[in-house]
Design a protein around this ligand. Structure first.
Ligand code: ARG
Ligand code: ZN
Length: 482
């Protein structure tokens, strides 16, 4: 076999400091002197190079599938909100470079064993990263199975802005919502949208509780006072969209008019007023599926449904195939989270700075639904945004680069939606809705950036739109002409 020259290590600039840190953990191997053809096995970087979340994701690996076997005990009645979680994550991955070590993101839980290719391996863990040193080392292109046994006490984690996220322990279970980087609070992950994978779940909880994950329910088995819930989610999914929510849920299943199986999980403890609002809103799911299919193309996943918990993280999340709602599911939010299945989940942000592509589209989808239902028109919603005074700090957010603390700011949602409405005016209805469908068809299953969106807008419309997008997405001022 001819000796192979190692490919140069490609390191995104923003990950450089992270690399230095990981080099300290696992120094890069050097080619043996006198044997220059030996592959140079290095460490995978500790992050994929997302400037907003430098440690999110991991270099050098591509996860194909996560099988998450979880055993969870919620707090005892009246006890503080902590639970006990034990997990075995079986992760099928491919090395994308010659690796002497690679990282997985894991926070607040302790790994006790890591098996690679059937053999126990050396590993180390700090507060954010699990570093695995497989032997034999992994050659670029090699597929292997990594089994991580881990566990610990669950709490109520918060994101950098102080919002609850991740595995949020509740009185009767857990609310599990991970955007943007909360997945590592409950499983070892390559936690970045650029690495989508399929998932399967076996979640064991005390008998009487229900564990709700993504995709289709395969069944449940009860023995010795504990029930294991089996879920299968074969559609490629970013880690922030995975869930394994546990609670006192009533499951209801039906098939929507477009053929999609719907599984809703409604907390038995919702207050009556919220239950009524929730039931009325979720009853519109089938009609909304058809509405968004007409605008964005076929629904991209094998199932859908809602989880409505009686506790609150303070927001809803477009958990893939099973949107999560805190305490109540209101009609506008139901439309918002459903539209994210196309815009955000099927086409996901390449970098967290591209978040307006999720939230702008989902907010615009609410506007379109409202108009269709005979309430405010999209134009009226647009004019409401334009009515915000020019000196309001709302206009200071650079929508295409809102900063890590601004990814869920009002401007990302409302100026994002206004950008789409203004674009529709600029290129016309035909080009705009062709753009929406082409966007989903072209980038579905993967990720896309703001530059991808601008380029596609220009090619679909045949118009030069740089100045337009500068005014709407890049200027920290209120658009006056475009
Ligand atoms: N993507 C969610 C929505 O717009 C909001 C998520 C907020 N997450 C957070 N960590 N604050 O529906
Ligand atoms: Zn949203």
């Amino acid at each position: 076999m001819p000796a192979r020259r190692p490919a140069p290590l490609k390191i995104p600039l923003a990950a450089a400091s992270v690399l230095v840190a990981s080099l300290c953990i696992a120094p890069a191997a050097h080619a043996a002197p006198g044997n220059p053809g030996t592959p140079r096995y290095g460490p995978g970087t500790a992050g994929v190079g997302d400037p907003y979340f430098p440690l999110a994701g991991n270099g050098g690996i591509d996860v194909l599938h996560y099988d998450l076997d979880l055993d969870y005990t919620p707090p005892a009645a009246g006890a503080p909100l902590t639970g006990e979680l034990q997990g075995v994550a079986t992760i099928d991955l491919v090395a994308t470079q010659d690796l002497r070590s690679f990282n997985l993101d894991l926070r607040g839980l302790t790994a006790t064993q890591v098996v690679v290719g059937g053999k126990a391996m050396a590993f180390s863990q700090d507060d954010k990263e699990l570093v695995v040193s497989p032997r034999p080392k992994l050659k670029a292109g090699a597929q292997t199975e990594v089994v991580v046994t881990y566990g610990g006490t669950t709490t109520r984690p918060e994101d950098i802005e102080g919002a609850l996220y991740g595995w949020v322990t509740t009185a009767d279970g857990a609310m599990v919502v991970n955007e943007p980087d909360g997945a590592p609070t409950w499983f070892p992950a390559n936690d970045h949208p650029t690495d989508k994978a399929s998932y399967s779940f076996e979640i064991t909880v005390p008998e009487g509780l229900v564990a709700v994950a993504n995709g289709l329910l395969q069944g449940s088995e009860t023995s010795a006072g504990r029930t294991t819930w089996l879920w299968d989610a074969p559609d490629p999914m970013a880690a922030y969209l995975a869930t394994a929510t546990v609670g006192d849920f009533a499951l209801s299943q039906y098939t929507a008019a477009n053929g999609t199986p719907i599984i809703d999980a409604i907390d038995a403890d919702l207050i009556p007023e919220n239950r009524d609002i929730t039931n009325a809103s979720l009853a519109l799911t089938g009609e909304m599926l058809t509405f968004f299919e007409e605008r964005y193309g076929p629904y991209p996943f094998i199932a859908y449904g809602a989880i409505v918990d009686d506790d609150s993280v303070g927001y809803a999340l477009e958990t893939q195939t099973r949107s999560f709602f805190s305490r109540v599911a209101r009609e506008g939010t139901v439309a918002h989270e459903l539209s994210h299945q196309w815009m955000g989940n099927h086409v996901s942000p390449e970098r967290w700075s591209d978040i307006w592509l999720n939230e702008g589209w989902a907010t615009y989808s609410e506007w379109l639904w409202s108009e269709d239902q005979g309430r405010a028109t999209a134009e009226e919603s647009f004019q409401e945004v334009l009515a915000i005074p020019a000196d309001d700090e709302f206009w200071e957010t650079v929508v295409r680069d809102p900063g890590p603390f601004g990814i869920f700011s009002g401007a990302v949602y409302d100026r994002g939606a206004a950008t789409l409405h203004a674009l529709r005016g600029e290129i016309g209805d035909d080009a705009f809705f062709a753009l929406a469908k082409t966007w989903v068809a072209e980038f579905g299953g993967g990720t896309a950036s703001t530059d991808d969106f601008i380029a596609l807008s220009e090619s679909v419309s045949g118009q030069q739109l740089d100045a337009f997008f500068d005014v709407w997405l890049a200027a920290p001022t209120k658009p006056v002409s475009w």
